[in-house]
Design a binder for this molecule. Sequence first.
Ligand SMILES: Nc1ncnc2c1ncn2[C@@H]1O[C@H](COP(=O)(O)OP(=O)(O)OP(=O)(O)O)[C@@H](O)[C@H]1O
Ligand SMILES: [Mg+2]
Length: 340
Amino acid sequence: MFTDLGVDLGTRKTVICRGKKIVLNQPSVVLMEEYDNSPYKFGKEAFEAIGRVPSRYRAVCPIERGVISDYDVAEHMLRCYIQYACGKRMTKPRVIVSMPSNITWVQQRSIIDAVQNAGGRSVCTIESPVAAALGMGIDFKRPHGAIVVDIGAGTTDVAVISMGGLSKCESLRVAGTDIDAAIIDYMKHEYNMLIGEHTAEFIKHQVGAAIPRPVEIVIQAKGVSVATGMPKSVEITANEICEAISDVVYRISSAIRNVLDKTPPELVGDIAEDGIYLTGGTSQLSGMSDWLSKYIGIKVITADNYETCVARGIGNVLEHFDILKNGDYEFRTLQDLIIG
Ligand SMILES: Nc1ncnc2c1ncn2[C@@H]1O[C@H](COP(=O)(O)OP(=O)(O)OP(=O)(O)O)[C@@H](O)[C@H]1O
Ligand SMILES: [Mg+2]
């Protein structure tokens, strides 16, 4: 029976696997009591309270752009999630936790520290796109290039992989929450209307698109008038939202193209043959894969298990530690970071 855990610590959600089994999938949000700074609710219940909390509570998202922005709250959240994932098991679990590539050692150390203080032992990190590649079943050891793109809430992680190693790996600070922010901005400037984060995300899910839809859709958006402070509701179309978010979609796509531009030609040849492996919640934006394949000129394969593939990839590593060790992959532990 496995007690080792894989933790995908995302900006928007935390997914934990025990061995290969997904045992937790919850928003990375904590509702904190204002008067004594103690945690009140975690996960889904805390997420639903965002924008609606009474003054005695504060909704905190302790992970921003894939790194810890509020250490104490992150530790509370991880402790709760790790305890839940371990069930009745008494021993401390060994943990592998995902992180964006290209983060500073201080940020890496804070992730490892928080997981360790929250109940993990022998904690080490793995880059999210490497875990995503394993979760999508890409054969790491082949002398053949593959590119994995994980477009999440706070970061777009791109990794070019070959022969068990990383040829190029980049983490870009633009993803789903920037699309939500573009919608909030658009509603403010075009309709003089304030909307919350939940509404922006709802609009994105309902009518957001990377390319214009063949059939126009219209929905009602509800918010508050900037001029009067009174409730306001307007009709918006899918095509105007597509236009409003086009700049963010373009920034994500050109970042992926930049990584390919820096990739050795042999590997680009392999990638052109196989396609781009796409995962992460924002891969589900309507038209995203079609737009990317048109813009980059390479076909795109979207993961079916886009929500859990990073955690599943870590699960594979937990079961067969040599998957990456034989390929010279370096896991970073607290020791490496202190000495390094
Ligand atoms: N159908 C959809 N259309 C558009 N966006 C979507 C859809 N489903 C999910 N998303 C977006 O995906 C994002 C969440 O993705 P994901 O769960 O991969 O993020 P994360 O792993 O927590 O973040 P990160 O890896 O960036 O730290 C959110 O911004 C969410 O709005
Ligand atoms: Mg993620």
